[in-house]
Design a protein around this ligand. Structure first.
Ligand SMILES: Nc1ncnc2c1ncn2[C@@H]1O[C@H](COP(=O)(O)OP(=O)(O)O)[C@@H](O)[C@H]1O
Ligand SMILES: O=C(OP(=O)(O)O)[C@H](O)COP(=O)(O)O
Length: 386
């Protein structure tokens, strides 16, 4: 990787805008997982130590663009930074596009970038406005490296100086090394809810893996090839692609599921063969037999890549599939294991198994994109700016 690195630059008195990925699970305004925040700290601490005017920006969740939503405010993250850096003046700015008043050695947390119209479409006008707020832009959001948005791609393009932060540098270096020679059998698990983002990467993952285990909304889309999936999260537009993958690669698809007619904290699951799911039911987790068969595959693996819970892990009655998956990976001492993703990090923290996974990444979708071994557009751009 040949880019400008934050350590190559003099930051003193400069307005340094850091794009971090602080997209962490938050429930009732409380942060559930700190992993991404902690991983972002080294770059922020470096900029503060160098006495820069430090500005931090991130998205949180997926608000309707241009509409403020208090549930998706970065305020809880600002509260964290205020406590963490209690000797530093920490600002929280909602309206910042026309300029930021900040002194050297201070920190400003900007409100959720996805409240700004044009952020997701990578609007040039918005990108240039962001760029005018800083002297140096630091791309450090590994978890959002696959998102070509104004605060990621746009800033990398239009800021006066664009460089790579410590987290991004370290993630790319480690992952590139790991990917050089993965031991076989290699098992990849892709679960979660972001079906459309992940589906397009599945073919490459299926090609390089001995077995690809699908969970969550991805698995439901495979189940829907031959079955009624009722109200389950799935993407009908990807069913044909799922069929072609199933027919050509070794894909582990659930044969039974835990289903429910309601979707809430207290919902009760019923174990059903995937061929018996009814119109008013929703797949919430792997079923018992699927879990048993999954364990056998994971026990034999020598390399494991994992992104995404295989069920609705947030609800106590639908944790078993993901819990067993995580614990089986943790127990396999013969395998080199890599796991990442916003909610995957939360699972790893909840189960307290971080030190039993060989490498924990802050990226989920971006981690899968790196597995594809393709250079991402933001990295191409940053390399051109050297
Ligand atoms: N069967 C399912 N139905 C609905 N949501 C699911 C299902 N399985 C998993 N999920 C949800 O997927 C979400 C995580 O998805 P995703 O963001 O893709 O993972 P990650 O952040 O680890 O990359 C969790 O909120 C989980 O509840
Ligand atoms: O959480 C993220 O991705 P992940 O769920 O794949 O780990 C990133 O912050 C990107 O978020 P996005 O998928 O809403 O663009």
């Amino acid at each position: 990787m040949s880019t400008i690195k934050i350590t190559d630059l003099k930051l003193l008195n400069k307005r340094v805008l850091i794009r971090s990925d602080l997209n962490v699970p938050i429930k009732n305004k409380k942060i559930i997982s700190y992993a991404r925040i902690h991983a972002s700290l080294p770059t922020i601490e470096l900029a503060l130590k160098e006495n820069a005017k430090v500005i931090i920006t991130s998205h949180l969740g997926r608000p309707i663009e241009g509409v403020y939503n208090s549930e998706l405010s970065l305020r809880p993250i600002y509260e964290y930074f205020k406590k963490k850096f209690n000797n530093t003046k920490v600002h929280f700015l909602k309206n910042y596009l026309h300029g930021i008043e900040i002194c050297s050695g201070e920190l400003a947390i900007l409100e959720n970038v996805r409240f700004n119209k044009g952020e997701i479409e990578n609007d040039t006008h918005l990108s240039k406005k962001y760029a005018s707020l800083c002297d140096i832009f630091v791309m450090d959001a590994f978890g959002s490296l696959h998102r070509n948005e104004s605060s990621t791609y746009g800033l990398s393009k239009y800021s006066k100086i664009a460089c790579v932060g410590l987290l991004l540098e370290s993630e790319l270096k480690t992952l590139n090394n790991i990917l050089k020679n993965p031991k076989k059998p290699m098992v990849t698990i892709v679960g979660g809810a972001k079906v459309s983002t992940k589906f397009n990467i599945l073919k490459t993952l299926a090609k390089i893996s001995d077995t690809l285990i699908v969970g969550g909304g991805i698995a439901n889309t495979f189940i829907a090839i031959d079955n009624n999936v009722g109200r389950s999260l799935h993407e009908p537009n990807f069913i044909n692609q799922a069929k072609s993958l199933r027919d050509n690669y070794n894909i582990f698809i659930p044969t039974d599921s835990l289903v429910s007619t309601t979707f809430n904290e207290n919902s009760i699951g019923v174990n059903k063969e995937v061929s018996n799911i009814e119109e008013n039911e929703e797949i919430m987790d792997f079923g018992k037999n699927t879990i048993k068969n999954m364990i056998l595959i994971l026990k034999n693996a020598k390399t494991i890549f994992w992104n995404g819970p295989v069920g609705v892990f947030e609800f106590k009655n639908f944790q078993q599939g993901t819990k067993t998956l995580a614990e089986t990976i943790a127990k396999n001492n013969n395998a080199f294991s890599i796991a990442g993703g916003g909610d995957t990090l939360s699972v790893i923290e909840t189960l307290n198994i971080k030190n039993k996974i060989s490498y924990v990444s802050t990226g989920g979708g971006s981690l899968l994109k790196i597995l594809e071994q393709k250079k991402l557009p933001i990295m191409k751009l940053l390399e051109r700016r050297i």
